[in-house]
Ligand binder design. Structure first.
Ligand code: AHR
Length: 328
């Protein structure tokens, strides 16, 4: 074979590879494509499984995959961002068609988002977001589907202003450090409180979205701040922990100390019915139907908005009883 012929063959092989890469990775618009198929093998990278919210989310993702007849590769990062990055890499190695990721923290999961994009696998963020300055919806991943965490914090703050007449000494129990719900629920709430001169946040510390950690942190903050009249918890699990801490301190939750939180889990609604929790802003964990519907629409070529916000409810003494039956 002449040098010219060998060069021609090499060049055409390279251009075929380039065309194949372009079409499978969707280089034209920056996002990997998803082929229209009868069934898919998809990955769901869960962040941890230590509370009813996470269990309800996993159950929803598994149930909907089964209903559609899709194969689901499920991983649980057990609260480790590093393991969650490894979990996504393992899904890529297993050749999944699409990945659904609930990123534990905003920055450390960026490499996982970028690895999926590089591998030509469309990735959907569900529930939590990543740092928007480092990865963009509609460019680096398909979309974010979830609640408006900042609005949740604002709603908790607004309820408190209304209920206390704008007078409160507040302890804040934050979610997992570096996670989008902890960052945004803090921002939304703190902004409302800052506009009310009769209200102050005397301590704000992480309880890692965990019931027992929430109890321990509430116990020590209540000792340090006996003047506190309110606890704002970034989720119901920490609110339930705080209720135990208040009772252990010989005070009455809901009377001596008001509590407001976020999620709407069964124990949270029961605590409202019992008069111990004032209110909780819903954060719906049942993502299965919306997540897979978005993937199907994406495969068909439908325009997918970069952010798809869940419509959440608000629970207090007026509706907790009526809502508890379909809670988790
Ligand atoms: O990202 C949503 C939050 O994570 C929920 O409020 C919490 O309960 C969960 O662990």
């Amino acid at each position: 074979m002449s040098h010219f012929n060998r060069r021609q063959i090499l060049l055409s092989a390279m251009s075929i590879t380039a065309v194949a890469m372009t079409s499978s990775m969707g280089m034209a618009d920056g996002l990997p494509k998803l082929a229209v198929k009868k069934t898919y093998k998809v990955g769901f990278a869960q962040t941890e499984s230590n509370n009813p919210w996470r269990l309800a989310q996993t159950a929803s993702m598994k149930a909907e995959a089964e209903k559609l007849g899709w194969q689901l590769v499920y991983t649980d990062a057990a609260g480790s961002a590093a393991k969650q990055v490894a979990d996504v890499n393992s899904m890529i190695a297993q050749g999944v068609d699409a990945i659904f990721l609930s990123p534990r923290e905003e920055k450390p999961l960026i490499p996982a988002v970028m690895a999926a994009k590089k591998a030509g696998i469309p990735l959907f963020l569900i529930d939590r977001g990543v740092d928007a300055s480092l990865a963009k919806a509609g460019v680096d991943y398909v979309t974010f589907i979830g609640s408006d965490f900042k609005l949740e914090g604002e709603q908790a703050g607004d309820w408190l202003v209304k209920t206390t007449g704008g007078k409160a000494v507040i302890i804040e129990l934050e979610g997992s450090t570096g996670s989008s719900p902890a960052n945004d629920r803090k921002k939304g709430f703190d902004d409302v409180i800052a506009k009310n001169p009769g209200m102050s946040i005397v301590a704000s510390q992480t309880g890692d979205f965990n019931r027992d950690k929430g109890r321990q942190v509430a116990e020590s903050l209540l000792q340090a701040h006996p003047e506190a009249t309110v606890i704002y918890a970034h989720n119901d699990e920490m609110a339930i922990g705080a209720i135990s801490a208040i009772e252990a301190a010989g005070k009455v939750p809901g009377k001596d100390i008001l509590i407001v939180s976020i999620d709407g889990e069964k124990d949270g609604l029961q605590a409202i019915i019992d008069g111990k929790l004032g209110a909780t802003v819903e954060c719906n964990p049942k993502f299965g139907p919306a997540a897979y519907a978005a993937a199907i629409a994406y495969a068909k070529g439908d325009a997918i908005p970069p952010v798809m916000t869940n419509k959440d409810r608000f629970f207090d003494a007026n509706n907790a009883k009526a809502s508890i039956a379909d809670s988790y």
